[in-house]
Design a protein around this ligand. Structure first.
Ligand SMILES: NC(=O)c1ccc[n+]([C@@H]2O[C@H](COP(=O)([O-])OP(=O)(O)OC[C@H]3O[C@@H](n4cnc5c(N)ncnc54)[C@H](O)[C@@H]3O)[C@@H](O)[C@H]2O)c1
Length: 377
C-alpha cells in the first residue's frame, strides 16, 4: 500500500483469534502514531515508556503526534541497556505507571528496542492484573523480532528472560525511519535476527539477503521495509501456530542457547550485544550440526561469511576479555528456558533454511564441541 505522498505501508497480521493484531511497517509512521493509536484507547490518555536514547531522538515526535490526535500522554524515561531488564527496574516502572494514573482500561506504549518492549510488556501484564500495551519498536531487532509474538520479561541472576509472561500487544507500529539514528553496531546486531529467519526456515530469503544485505545495512528504505515485512511474516506464521512455545516456536531460538550463555558470561555488558551473541550462536549451531553430521561440511562457513560481511562477530574468540571455562558455559546453558528435566535442547540444522529442534542433547557432546570450537580460530 502507498500513502498520498508515495510512502510505502505494509501490514502483517498476527492471527490469534480474538487477540489478532496488526504490525504496521513503513517510513515516517511515527508522525501518524496518534491517528493509529487513538481508536484503540478507552479515554484520550496513554503512558509512554522509553529509554534515554530513544527519548533524546524521537520522544518529542511521538508526543506531538499523540497531542495532534487529542491524546494526553505521560512519558517515563528509563536508563538504556540490557541491565534495565531487571526486577528493580520492573518494580520502579510499575510504581511510576500507577503514580501516572494508569487505569485498567488504559494502554501503555512501549517505545524503544527489545529491552523497553520486554520490560514494558511484562509490567503491563502484571499491572492491575493486566493492562493492554502497544509496541512502537525503534531498533531493527525489535522491529523484526521482539515486538512481535507476546514474549515479555526480564533477566535473572540465573540467566536471560527467565522471569516473564506472554502478553500480545494490541498493535505494533514499526517506523523504518527511526533506524536512521540507530548506531551501526546496533543495526548489525538487529540484522542477526533478520538473517535468522532465512537460516531457520527460508533458503530463498537467505539468498535474497546474501544479494541485498549491503544496501539494506547502508540504508536502502525499500530493502529494509522488504526484509522487515518478510521477517515479521515469518514470525507471525510461527506464533499463530504455537503461541506459547509448546513446539515449533522454539525454532526462533536458533543460535540463542549458545548466545544467551555468552551474554550471561559477559555480564550483559557492551562486550556483547544480544544480536552479536545470536550471530556467534547461529554459527555455532551450524558448526555443531556439522560436528554431529546433521549438515553438510561448509554450511557453517557460508553462514559465518554472510554474518561477518554484515559486521557481526562470528566466533567466541572475537569477544573482548576472558570467557569462563567450557564447563561453566555448559552449566549456564542448563538454565536455558528450553532445558527439560535438566537436558539440553538445541536448535540444529540439516541445511540453511532447514532447522529442527534437538532435545536431550548430551552435555558431553556440547562440551566436546565447545572445546574444539574454541581451538578452531
Ligand atoms: N520478546 C522477544 O520475543 C525477544 C526477541 C528477541 C530479543 N529480545 C530481547 O530484546 C533485547 C535486545 O533488544 P535491542 O537490541 O533492541 O536492544 P535495546 O533495547 O537495548 O536497544 C539497543 C540500544 O539502541 C538504543 N536505541 C534504540 N532505538 C534507537 C534509535 N532509534 N536510535 C538510537 N538509539 C536507539 C537503545 O537506547 C539501546 O542503547 C534483549 O533483551 C533480548 O532478550 C526479545
Amino acid at each position: 500500500m502507498q500513502t498520498a505522498d508515495g510512502a510505502r505501508r505494509d501490514i502483517v497480521s498476527v492471527n490469534l483469534g480474538q487477540r489478532t493484531y496488526d504490525i504496521h511497517i513503513g517510513e515516517n509512521l511515527l508522525q501518524e502514531a496518534g491517528r493509529y493509536i487513538a481508536p484503540l484507547l478507552s479515554r484520550p490518555f496513554a503512558a509512554i515508556v522509553t529509554d534515554e536514547n530513544v527519548a533524546r531522538h524521537h520522544l518529542k515526535a511521538l508526543e506531538a503526534s499523540l497531542t495532534a490526535a487529542g491524546i494526553v500522554s505521560v512519558a517515563i524515561i528509563l536508563p538504556a541497556g540490557e541491565k534495565t531488564k531487571c526486577f528493580t527496574a520492573l518494580a520502579d516502572l510499575c510504581e511510576q505507571l500507577l503514580a501516572a494514573g494508569v487505569e485498567r482500561q488504559d494502554k501503555v506504549i512501549a517505545f524503544g528496542g527489545g529491552v523497553i518492549g520486554d520490560l514494558t510488556g511484562f509490567a503491563a501484564a502484571i499491572l492491575r492484573r493486566g493492562v493492554e500495551f502497544i509496541q512502537v519498536p525503534t531498533t531493527l531487532l525489535s522491529q523484526v523480532d521482539s515486538s512481535v509474538g507476546g514474549k515479555t520479561g526480564i533477566n535473572s541472576a540465573h540467566g536471560k528472560n527467565l522471569i516473564g509472561a506472554f502478553l500480545q500487544p494490541v498493535m505494533v507500529l514499526a517506523d523504518t525511519s527511526l533506524l536512521e539514528t540507530l548506531p551501526r553496531r546496533e543495526l548489525a546486531a538487529g540484522y542477526a535476527e533478520v538473517a535468522k529467519y532465512g537460516l531457520l526456515g527460508d533458503l530463498s530469503f537467505f539468498e535474497w539477503l546474501e544479494a541485498n544485505s549491503e544496501i539494506l545495512l547502508r540504508g536502502d528504505a525499500q530493502a529494509r521495509a522488504y526484509a522487515i515485512h518478510r521477517s515479521c511474516s515469518a514470525k507471525a506464521a510461527i506464533v499463530a501456530q504455537d503461541e506459547t512455545e509448546q513446539g515449533m516456536r522454539a525454532l526462533l531460538n536458533l543460535g540463542h542457547t549458545f548466545g544467551h550463555a555468552l551474554e550471561k558470561a559477559t555480564g550483559y555488558s557492551s562486550r556483547l550485544l544480544h544480536g552479536e551473541g545470536v550471530a556467534i550462536g547461529m554459527v555455532q549451531a551450524f558448526r555443531f550440526s556439522e560436528h554431529l553430521n546433521h549438515c553438510k561440511a561448509g554450511t557453517a562457513d557460508r553462514v559465518a561469511r554472510h554474518l561477518k560481511a554484515a559486521g557481526l562477530p562470528t566466533h567466541m574468540n572475537e569477544i573482548e576479555g576472558p570467557l569462563p571455562p567450557v564447563s561453566d558455559l555448559v552449566n549456564i546453558m542448563k538454565q536455558d528456558k528450553k532445558a527439560q528435566s535438566g537436558k539440553l535442547t538445541f536448535i540444529l540444522a540439516r541445511a540453511i533454511g532447514d532447522a529442527f529442534i534437538a532435545r536431550s542433547v548430551p552435555e558431553s557432546a556440547v562440551a566436546d564441541f565447545l572445546k574444539e570450537d574454541l581451538k578452531s580460530k
